[in-house]
Design a protein around this ligand. Sequence first.
Ligand code: DQA
Length: 142
Amino acid sequence: MKILFLNGPNLNLLGQREPGVYGSQTLTDIEAAVRARAAQVQVEVDFRQSNLEGELVTWIQSARGTFQAIVLNAAAYTHTSIALRDAISAVGVPTIEIHLSNIYAREEFRHESMIAPVCRGQISGFGAQSYLLGLEAALFIK
Ligand code: DQA
């Protein structure tokens, strides 16, 4: 099984970005934890980050046929991107939406997710652990 982890804008700044909200781990730390768990359960992971909406769309499109699941932290694009939603829907690769923070406990503009209706489920609010829970969810739905 191959799982594609995708990270949206500003997640490259984890560790220094609002640590009170997002924690002190960097994206590289989180990737290492995901890879360690993936090795235990013998699945392959690809882990990518982009600040560009179109690049994320292209990666989702190219997942078909290669990856059995996508674990997606779309960051701010969660709340705005019909393009990401359409890509998830078009490609049909089961996608799990994840967030470090609990988006429902924050500003009202974060309460709406454009992508939630086309994702298999959502994990929100468990810090870096959300990524590991995302991996478990991907294993569960495979
Ligand atoms: C986030 C939540 C989003 O609202 C925010 O724009 C992010 C990160 C999270 O992981 O908690 O950049 O997706």
